[in-house]
Every structure is written in structure tokens, then in C-alpha cells.
Write a protein that binds this ligand. Structure first.
Ligand code: GUN
Ligand code: ZN
Length: 427
């Protein structure tokens, strides 16, 4: 049955311009794709008999896309580490060791996806634990929802604890097995996932580069230049590398399918190589302030002669919120501290069409356009008393988006649709 979703529609076009209808409609077909989007007054007669979900003045937008999140950290937000390395050793590795248990991983995957939907997130590039069981569970759960999800088994063969370590050989074998089983199934994609240079030996980084170039369509995700302690350790482990970025570059891990979380302390040379290779740096502001890692400067990364592609993400559980709205609010604050004042329009675009492009899923999601899947979030600009009061003062769409990202969170999410099916509705 065709369904028409009515509301104040907002999406971003390929040229970056906002497409906004104060009385808009999105017609969704049986197959979960968008058949038509535009002003209600122009809705074609053919949809007159369709079921209607009418959201009045609420915002109907493409669902948020989280470009970096850790599934097996779903319940360990707010773990008070001294810094990144302390946080990883004391809290993260023990928690991730549980995901060797398939039943545990399956139950966690159901909760994790439910939580994403409750926060308006419809797609993600996610880390799993080192265990194949963990990736199996997340792929299966995402496939059942018809979701565009990119993930992979983490590879890490040193500097952790045995319960979360693999070897270059087992890591590669399981990566290929998972890729063959899941990549391209429904809307799923595989990401080759070496955790970071500290927990992967030279041999494992070499294998990671080989996997990236030999598995067609696969992405690569890792961490780069997040904390001072991490950077110093990388220097000790790879004394011959020019810098942290060069470690990955040496093994062929820089590419237009590569996403690097954080990138806070990058030199001009590193930015130039990331730019040249088409790589993406993913900004994770709530994690960076929580772990005391530093302030990532979008302006520095985008310097005109060597602009680096940027994404934005929660980095749960280092990040302190599942909400991409809250994440955009914190992006604003961190950028203000680095001397740059982003607009809400710019940040909402990054979290939807922008991230879709970085994850290479922009042909199927990230905008309210004919032929794309109906991955949609409905936001209420008056969801809380504070938002409602602020809304009385709003005089433009920019104002509405701005107050939503600064003051909104999961309470601002009225409903979420994945592939045209309602997966969350606020009670
Ligand atoms: N660097 C390596 N692993 C991690 C992780 O799980 N979270 C964060 N924030 N940084 C990392
Ligand atoms: Zn991370």
C-alpha cells in the first residue's frame, strides 16, 4: 500500500541547497522507495487513495546517518577514563570481550538498532568487536530492518587483551567470509576494520590494505590522530613513519573509500595526503571533549589548497549521546572554540546527504528524492517546554534547525522510518 507522509519537508539537493516545503508530502511505495516528493498542493492524483501519516508542522527529513559508532560499546557510555588509552584498557576491551557469545551479541544488536531508531538515525558506519559473532549479529539485525548499514569485524592483534585479539591470518579469513556472506545483501555493505595503528601489527595493517584493494565496494574504517598519548605511542611503534597518517598510507589504507575517525591533531602534510587520496575524516565532538582528546578544527581540515572530506558522528560509547542532533550541537560548540561558526543548515546537510556520500550510500539514501529509500526522521521543534518556548522566537528555518540541534535530543524525534516502514514512534 502506498503511504503519504505529510509535514514540513526538508532535504538537501546534490548542489547543497536546501529543498524546503512548509506543507510538503513524501509518497512512499510498497518497496520502501520514494515515489514522489514535493508540496502537498502538487501531490499527483494517483496518490489520493494512499494512507496518510500527517505530521502537521513537524519537520520531515532524511534520517540521520552516523558515520562512526561502536556497536559493542552500546551500554558503556559515560565510562570515566583518564584519556583514550586508559578508557580503552579499563572499560572498553573487557566490555567488548562479551561479544564472543553469539546469543549475547544477537540480543545486544536488537537493542542497539532500536536505540539508533529512537534517536532518528537510519544508517550507520559501525565498528563491531573482534569477534565474527558480533558482526554476524549486527548484519542480521540490520538486514531484518532493510537498513543501509556498513560494518565489519574489528581486526586487532596486539596491545589489547587476549579475549579481543585476533591474528593477521584469522582476521583476514573472517573478513573475507563476512564480506562474501553480507556485502551487497539487501542494503548491507562491508567495511575492512583495523581498529587503529596501536592494536594492529605491521603484518595486520599490510593485510588490511590488501583486503581494501581486493574486496570490491568495501569501505575501510579506523581511528587517526585522536589523543596526544595515542600519537606518542604510534611514534614509538612506527619510528620510520613520517607521521601517524603515513603509517596508514604506507599500507595503502588511504582512499576515497576510507574513513578515519577524529583527525584532531593533523599536520599540514597529513591533511594534504588525506585530501589527495579522497579520504574522509569523521568528526566526533562529544567523544573528543568527553575523553579530553582535543578540539578538531573543521576549518583547518578544509584549508582551500588541500580540503579534506569531512563526516560527523557520535562515536558512542566514547561519545556521550546517540543523538545526531546533540552531536551537531556539540559540533557547533567545538567549532566555535576553534574560531569557526557553522550554520545549522551546513551541519544538518553533513549529517544527512553529506554522510551518505562519505559512506557511498548516497544513491539510495540521505535525501527525500524519487527513487531513494524512504529513510526518514520526523522532528518536533516544540518537543519539550524549553524547545517550545524557544520556538516562539524562531523566525526562519535556520533558527528552527539551530534550536533543534542545541536543545533537542531523542525527545525531539517524533517518528523514524526505515525503507518506508515506521520503526519508531514516540509514545
Ligand atoms: N581508538 C581505538 N579504538 C577506539 C574506540 O573504541 N573509541 C575511540 N574513541 N577511539 C578509539
Ligand atoms: Zn571510535
Amino acid at each position: 500500500m502506498t503511504r503519504v507522509i505529510r509535514g514540513q519537508t526538508l532535504s538537501f539537493a546534490a548542489d547543497g541547497k536546501a529543498v524546503h516545503e512548509s506543507r510538503g508530502a513524501v509518497a512512499v511505495g510498497d518497496d520502501g522507495t520514494i515515489l514522489w516528493a514535493g508540496p502537498q498542493s502538487l501531490l499527483p492524483q494517483g496518490f489520493a487513495q494512499a494512507e496518510v501519516d500527517d505530521y502537521g508542522d513537524k519537520l520531515v527529513m532524511p534520517g540521520f546517518i552516523d558515520a562512526h559508532i561502536h556497536f559493542p560499546q552500546y551500554r558503556m557510555l559515560a565510562a570515566p577514563g583518564k584519556d583514550l588509552l586508559d578508557w580503552l584498557t579499563r572499560f572498553t576491551f573487557p566490555e567488548e570481550s562479551r561479544y564472543a557469545d553469539a546469543a549475547y551479541a544477537r540480543a545486544a544488536a536488537a537493542i542497539f538498532l532500536k536505540r539508533l531508531f529512537a534517536h532518528g538515525t537510519t544508517s550507520a558506519l559501525a565498528f563491531c568487536s573482534v569477534h565474527k559473532t558480533c558482526a554476524e549479529a549486527l548484519f542480521a539485525a540490520a538486514e531484518a530492518h532493510g537498513m543501509a548499514l556498513v560494518t565489519g569485524k574489528t581486526m586487532m592483534d596486539r596491545n589489547a587483551i587476549p579475549a579481543v585479539e585476533d591474528t593477521p591470518e584469522t582476521g583476514a579469513r573472517e573478513t573475507v567470509e563476512l564480506y562474501e556472506k553480507w556485502h551487497g545483501k539487501g542494503r548491507l555493505r562491508y567495511a575492512v576494520t583495523p581498529r587503529f595503528a596501536i592494536t594492529s601489527s605491521d603484518a595486520q595493517l599490510k593485510v588490511s590494505g590488501e583486503l581494501l584493494s581486493s574486496l570490491p565496494g568495501a569501505l575501510m574504517q579506523t581511528h587517526l590522530s585522536e589523543s596526544p598519548g595515542e600519537i606518542a605511542f604510534v611514534k614509538e611503534l612506527f619510528p620510520r613513519a613520517k607521521d601517524y597518517t603515513d603509517v596508514y598510507d604506507h599500507y595503502g589504507l588511504l582512499s576515497d573509500r576510507s574513513l578515519f575517525a577524529h583527525g584532531i591533531h593533523l599536520s599540514d602534510r597529513e591533511c594534504a595526503r588525506l585530501s589527495e587520496s579522497g579520504s574522509t575524516v569523521v568528526h566526533c565532538p562529544t567523544s573528543n571533549t568527553f575523553l579530553g582528546s582535543g578540539l578538531m578544527s573543521m576549518r583547518w581540515l578544509r584549508e582551500q589548497d588541500r580540503p579534506v572530506h569531512l563526516g560527523v558522528a557520535t562515536d558512542v560509547g566514547g561519545g556521550t549521546s546517540y543523538s545526531m542532533l546533540a552531536t551537531l550541537g556539540e559540533t557547533y560548540k567545538v567549532q566555535m572554540l576553534t574560531g569557526y561558526k557553522p550554520t545549522a543548515h551546513e551541519l544538518f546537510r553533513m549529517a544527512t546527504r553529506g554522510n551518505a556520500g562519505r559512506l557511498k550510500i548516497d544513491h539510495e539514501t540521505g535525501a527525500l528524492e524519487h527513487g531513494k529509500f524512504a529513510d526518514i526522521v520526523v522532528l518536533d521543534p516544540e518537543a519539550t517546554p524549553v524547545l517550545a518556548s524557544r520556538h516562539e522566537l524562531s523566525s526562519s528555518l535556520e533558527d528552527v534547525l539551530f534550536s533543534l540541534m542545541i536543545l533537542g535530543g531523542d525527545r525531539a524525534v517524533t517518528a523514524t522510518y526505515v525503507k518506508g516502514r515506521k520503526v519508531h514512534e514516540r509514545a
